[in-house]
Design a binder for this molecule. Structure first.
Ligand SMILES: Cc1cc2nc3c(=O)[nH]c(=O)nc-3n(C[C@H](O)[C@H](O)[C@H](O)COP(=O)(O)OP(=O)(O)OC[C@H]3O[C@@H](n4cnc5c(N)ncnc54)[C@H](O)[C@@H]3O)c2cc1C
Length: 325
């Protein structure tokens, strides 16, 4: 039986693995069969992760995180978790291959998925003009023409934020009114750089190597036209990957996994959650990494209390300072 198993190999999972491995807990990381490395594998330049003043490619950053975790003894398995039994003191994890693992502490770091338009060019041009994160990528669009797809608060927030960089920001919305809160709407309406494109949906993403524009379809009369763009930000929602634990862990109204205050403790003892799967707001690599740190420290604390971990003294000292609800 393992002491710690981590589900997910994004910044949260690998950071938890670094800490757990350095605490001699020999963590097993279930990395996923096709999406190992998490969301940053889908992007190019990452300029806001501390420690890389010249930026770093997303996949390279994730390779480094994995190497760091493995260096200290973490084991990585490229498989998907398909079943979980987390009720008792022994947590049972079933993988797609049929392998079954048992652990005392489980760290759940499965991230969240940005909703996509479902168009062919979308993934192909991800990181080459198509983005789901204004905080991450807005900086790359200085004096460019971009569009935000969506009609909710996050679309208004992204569009307003992007006007700091872009010369022009279109907001493309399927209807003729927004579902965003009044204050967010007013802010967007008052911004001279923002132009609304009503009753329109993106039906094609254009560009070979880099985005050049989109094809818009009028949702009233079905007519189509092209809109030239340098950037397309898709802000139509986000789904925390909680399907394995819907009926097992408490969730928040946002659909993220509920955790106790600033800790990673979920509603089930011995199960900890970290990263975007608990975060409806910030969803950044650095915040996910910090959250993974918290989860590893909480898991270590939990195991030490069980009498299993034999936590080193210096680690106990750190744990004493953590807020305990
Ligand atoms: C295109 C793009 C660009 C971005 N650019 C930046 C940026 O420049 N800077 C920045 O700070 N943030 C950026 N972000 C946001 C950042 O990627 C996320 O905030 C961060 O990756 C979240 O880390 P995480 O570990 O919580 O989840 P993720 O990175 O999503 O990792 C979750 C992991 O869990 C695995 N998983 C899920 N379900 C299972 C299962 N059943 N079994 C096994 N494994 C499973 C997944 O495969 C994945 O490996 C970007 C996001 C996107 C989509």
């Amino acid at each position: 039986m393992r002491q710690v198993i981590i589900i997910g190999s994004g910044p949260a999972g690998y950071t938890a693995a670094v800490y757990a491995a350095r605490a001699n807990l020999s963590p097993l990381v279930i990395a996923s069969s096709v999406e190992a490395g998490g969301e940053l594998m889908n992007t190019t330049e990452v300029e806001n992760f501390p420690g890389f003043p010249d930026g770093i490619q997303g996949p390279e950053l994730m390779e480094k995180m994995q190497a760091q975790a493995e260096k200290f003894g973490a084991e990585v398995v490229y498989d998907d978790v398909v079943g979980l039994d987390i009720d008792g003191p022994v947590k049972t994890i079933t993988l797609g291959s049929g392998a079954v693992h048992e652990t005392s502490a489980l760290i759940y770091a499965t991230g969240s998925a940005y909703r996509k338009l479902g168009l062919d060019g979308e993934d192909r041009l991800s990181g080459h003009g198509v983005s789901w994160c204004a905080t991450c990528d807005g900086f790359f669009f200085r004096e460019r023409t971009i569009a935000v797809v969506g009609g909710g608060d996050s679309a208004m927030e992204e569009a307003t934020f992007l006007t700091r960089f872009a010369s022009k920001v279109y907001i493309i919305h399927r209807k003729d009114s927004l579902r965003a809160s009044k204050i967010m709407q007013e802010r967007a309406f008052a911004n001279e750089k923002i132009e609304f494109v009503w009753n329109s949906q993106v039906v094609d993403v254009l560009g070979d190597g880099a985005l050049t524009g989109v094809v818009l379809e009028d949702t009233v009369d079905g007519s189509r036209r092209e809109l030239a763009l340098d950037g397309l930000f898709i802000a139509i929602g986000n789904d925390p990957r909680t399907h394995l634990v819907h009926d097992k862990l408490d969730l928040t109204p946002d659909g993220t996994i509920w955790v106790d205050g600033r800790s990673s403790r979920t509603s089930v003892p011995g199960v900890f959650a970290a990263g975007d799967v608990i975060d409806p707001t910030y969803r950044q690599a650095a915040t996910a990494a910090g959250s993974g740190t918290v989860a590893a420290l909480d898991a270590e604390h939990f195991l030490a209390a069980l009498g299993e971990a034999g936590a080193p003294e210096r680690f106990d000292d750190q744990i004493e300072r953590l807020p305990v609800a």
